[in-house]
Write a protein that binds this ligand. Sequence first.
Ligand SMILES: C[S@@+](CC[C@H](N)C(=O)[O-])C[C@H]1O[C@@H](n2cnc3c(N)ncnc32)[C@H](O)[C@@H]1O
Length: 458
Amino acid sequence: MAYQVLRAVGGDGAYANLELPAALRRARLRGRDAAFATELTYGTLRLQGLYDAVVAVAADRAVASIDPPVLDVLRLGAHQLLGMRVPAHAAVSATVALARQHVSQGAGGFANAVLRRVSERSREEWVQAVTADVPDPLSRLALEHSHPEWVVRALRAALIEHGSTAAGADAELPDLLAAHNDPGPLTLVGRPGLVDPAALEDAGAVPSPVAPTAWTLPSGDPGVLSAVRDGRVAVQDAGSQLLTLALVDAPLEGPDERWLDLCAGPGGKAGLLAALALPRGASLRANEVSPHRAELVRHTLRAAVAAGARVEVTVADGREVGAQEPAAYDRVLVDAPCTGLGALRRRPESRWRRSPDDLSGLGPLQRDLLRSALDAVRPGGLVAYATCSPHIAETTLVVRDVLKRRPDVELVDVRPWLRDRSGEVLGSTGAEGELWAQLWAHRHDTDGMFVALLRRLG
Ligand SMILES: C[S@@+](CC[C@H](N)C(=O)[O-])C[C@H]1O[C@@H](n2cnc3c(N)ncnc32)[C@H](O)[C@@H]1O
């Protein structure tokens, strides 16, 4: 199953986090078998950069010259040997059998020879071997932790942008990269007012210390919880919850009745906004440019709507909403389309799919969406600009650029409104005096979300 998912991801551009759960359901795999298949698939995808370097040495040829199906087989074998506790003989024989069954007899022989060589060294020894002749420390780090080099450099720049010294960033980077190779907790959002916390605890969920609405599920499939099935609870990273709560908790003078989520699909943050809007009597417009994703938003919002939330889902280009409805909203969320470099632990293959070229397309869109949001908010109203990427080209540069031409807008300190379950303000979100916040997987156990809060002046 892991091999088939890898082929779908590498060959057909599928997403592992959609493909694998469907494959597990089809094969009715549960419990330990499902956990094994998941680790095998996701771990292989995450660590593919390191394994390709190992395979190149063990096979004594460039991986580009190895047929992609054979290479996927070898990566799976390498992960069992170097990343999981599978005994070497079992890892080699299972992988050779896989190559014979799905590729050819010859591929089986090749896999046998390569994997025997891989099994001769531990992961640490392989890391030593493949990095020994690499002079640049960041290139070595990229290989060891299986990240593209440009991503490592961008993460380092972001740490420095948010207050780390160069030496501090270098000291911290290994932890950040390692955190991207760990799946992280399975985090749920209990949408306030829609679900009884006692019922969540009865179902085995544990309150997460990270955010007041966050819960973790130590084991099991969240789909079996009835509250997940009917939309009162959903899988959502705690960082996404924190920034949504910050937008709603930041004080506002004047009316607080009309909320807008400009880029809502598939609706995770809109789901939380709708639940929070209900007791305040506010209405929510959840807008999304893609009709298919707008359908997902409708589905996500079903529990809030059933509870009486006033919600409208619209399909529109968010860049035009500000001109169409100037000064119409009290609170606006711009959760901008981005590279997703902050969510690498949740999207195993995404680090290999992204390239610096993506930034040039996203930059103008992110700026236009933020400008439109600032037009759509009333004087005195608040806009939260968020990304699930810490790349400074998508975060601080966007906000700085837009602010340059908006004398009618000021940056508001978002950090007092980022509070954990006990009500404490989150630490380590940036340098002293910084008004925006950057969350980090290794510091906060959240995805790497960025959020800035802006107020339109009266
Ligand atoms: C980061 S996602 C939003 C995630 C969402 N807030 C959530 O929590 O589930 C960005 C969304 O923006 C949408 N988008 C892209 N371009 C847009 C545009 N011009 N106007 C509105 N939405 C757009 C994408 O289709 C995508 O669904």
